[in-house]
Ligand binder design. Structure first.
Ligand SMILES: Nc1ncnc2c1ncn2[C@@H]1O[C@H](COP(=O)(O)OP(=O)(O)OP(=O)(O)O)[C@@H](O)[C@H]1O
Ligand SMILES: [Mg+2]
Length: 144
């Protein structure tokens, strides 16, 4: 387990850029945290770190966006779905073992394909710009 504290949006983005360097094919990041905690910001950093120059927007309406970087990226946002609906999404079928999958609102899925690492983002009222970002799983082990 690794824990990081960031004090700005750009620090969270930079953290994601660093993780991008050690991501490997078939990695999945399950990202947990309330609305506005910084899931999309972290993912923007990761996608940029994978060499993608397109603007990264939250895929809330389309659910899944794909990008071509050093590794193919699938950015999935399950916020609008109920767990039963996620089953119908067949994440296993859109999963590409040659790429990475980054999942916001991962708690909506009963099952995630790939080599799953978990990211938990927490923030306290009164510390508007501070985030505690906990990373567990294979990616955390690779970092240490
Ligand atoms: N340390 C920080 N790290 C990341 N974002 C921060 C930080 N401090 C403040 N912010 C702000 O918090 C917000 C995070 O928004 P973001 O869209 O990434 O959240 P989210 O978790 O993806 O939310 P949603 O569940 O709605 O998708 C941004 O407005 C950002 O500027
Ligand atoms: Mg988001």
């Amino acid at each position: 387990m690794r824990e990081f504290v960031t004090i700005s949006e750009s620090e969270t983005r930079d953290l994601g850029r660093g993780w991008a360097e050690i991501l490997e094919p078939a990695d999945t990041l399950a990202i947990y945290g309330i609305l506005g905690s910084g899931k999309t910001v972290l993912i923007q950093g990761i996608i940029q770190g994978l060499g993608v120059t397109d603007r990264v927007q939250s895929p809330s309406f389309v659910l899944i966006r794909t990008y071509a970087g050093r590794l193919p990226v699938r950015h999935v946002d399950l916020y609008r779905l109920q767990t039963d609906e996620v089953e119908g999404l067949y994440l296993e079928e859109i999963f590409d073992e040659s790429g990475v999958m980054l999942v916001e609102w991962a708690e909506r899925a009963r099952y995630l394909p790939g080599l799953v690492s978990e990211v938990n983002i927490k923030y306290n009222k009164g510390e508007e710009n501070q985030r505690r970002i906990k990373l567990e799983g294979p990616l955390a082990e690779r970092l240490s």
